[in-house]
Ligand binder design. Structure first.
Ligand code: 13P
Length: 333
């Protein structure tokens, strides 16, 4: 089992490839569709995602895996082809978000814990049968006055590790995603300190829960200034801080690191990834697992209209290619 997990994990960070996160929950996709004036019906969600997944060349050249939401993993395209089949026919690996969302953490005002452990063993078995080969669980950590608390860091790290162990047991590669949010006026130094503490806690827990690191991927935030920080760090500083922070905390055995975009602009997310890879200074491949930074241009180009499918697919393919170059440290503005 371990050999298979490692093979999948390696394929997910093959040179020049990264992951498309298309696993927005029903409430998140509703907001995304509302931003282009489209009502979030099951058909609209299908049409939008089918447009992305039928970008065959973009998927086969630049996208190693697609993270799906439960509905999409079970969904069929307009012509009756299962969505999973469309993805797999491009040589891309289907994956599934298995957490059930971040809920308020009791006793810790302003903080959240990600839920979804109950029944997870059975769900993982079913997801494997439906064609998924990897999973994702996202924990969120906010930076603020007196935040994050040790309780929040520890509780989320523990849940991430329990999730990862169950996913591996079912033959699914766990993407471990502890996201330190970029909202707020904090400095890049504060983001570094919090990210370092969070990653240390996560790898402690993964060890305690006997997770095989070679069959995992880490999906971290980059080390950035907060969105409202008056003096935001530039691309080189972000690249150096992020690589330094990861090298201090992430064991070399981990199969790869695939960043989230977390609200960065499309170009920022690409520029930061490319600058990190240009340093050639990590034991693991550094690639992308972007949601918004891969989809925003395509979503707006599509606008819910069938006649815009081709141009929206071209916009998606462009971002995918730029991020592929960045995964190799070869992107330039
Ligand atoms: P963003 O790249 O939009 O942050 O989404 C990635 C993701 O999957 C968050 O869980």
């Amino acid at each position: 089992m371990t050999g298979k997990l490692q093979d999948t994990a390696h394929a997910m960070v093959a040179p020049g490839k990264g992951i498309l996160a298309a696993d927005e929950s029903t409430s998140t996709i509703k907001k995304r569709l509302a931003s282009i004036g489209v009502e979030s019906t099951e058909e609209a969600r299908r049409d939008y995602r089918e447009m992305l997944f039928r970008s065959h060349d973009a998927l086969s050249n630049y996208i190693s895996g697609v993270i799906l939401y439960d509905e999409t993993l079970r969904q069929k395209a307009a012509d009756g082809t299962p969505m999973v089949e469309i993805i797999a026919s491009a040589g891309t690996i289907p994956g599934i978000k298995v957490d059930t969302g971040a809920k308020p953490l009791a006793g810790c005002p302003g903080e959240k814990v990600t839920e979804g452990l109950d029944g997870l063993r059975e769900r993982c078995t079913q997801y494997y049968e439906l064609g998924a080969r990897f999973t994702k669980w996202r924990a969120v950590i906010a930076i603020g006055e007196g935040l994050p608390s040790r309780t929040c860091i520890h509780t989320n790290a523990h849940a991430l590790a329990r999730y990862a162990a169950l996913a591996q047991e079912a033959g699914l590669v766990p993407i471990v995603e502890p996201e330190v949010l970029m909202d707020g006026p904090h400095t890049i130094e504060r983001c570094f300190e919090v990210t370092e503490a969070v990653l240390n806690a996560v790898y402690d827990e993964l060890y305690a829960q006997r997770v095989v690191l070679e069959g995992t991927l880490l999906k971290p935030n980059m080390v950035l200034s907060g969105t409202e920080c008056p003096d935001r760090a530039g691309v080189e500083q972000v690249a150096e801080a992020t690589v330094t922070c990861l090298k201090r905390t992430v064991p070399a055995a981990v199969a790869g690191v695939v960043f989230l975009s977390g609200g960065q602009s499309d170009e920022e997310a690409t520029a930061h990834l490319s600058a990190m890879n240009a340093l050639h200074d990590t034991p693991w491949p550094l690639s992308f697992s972007y949601g918004r930074a891969l989809q925003a241009a395509a979503l707006h180009g599509w606008g819910g209209k069938a006649e815009n499918v081709a141009s929206a697919q071209a916009a998606f393919a462009h971002r995918a290619r730029m991020n592929s170059l960045a995964a190799d440290g070869r992107w330039s503005a």
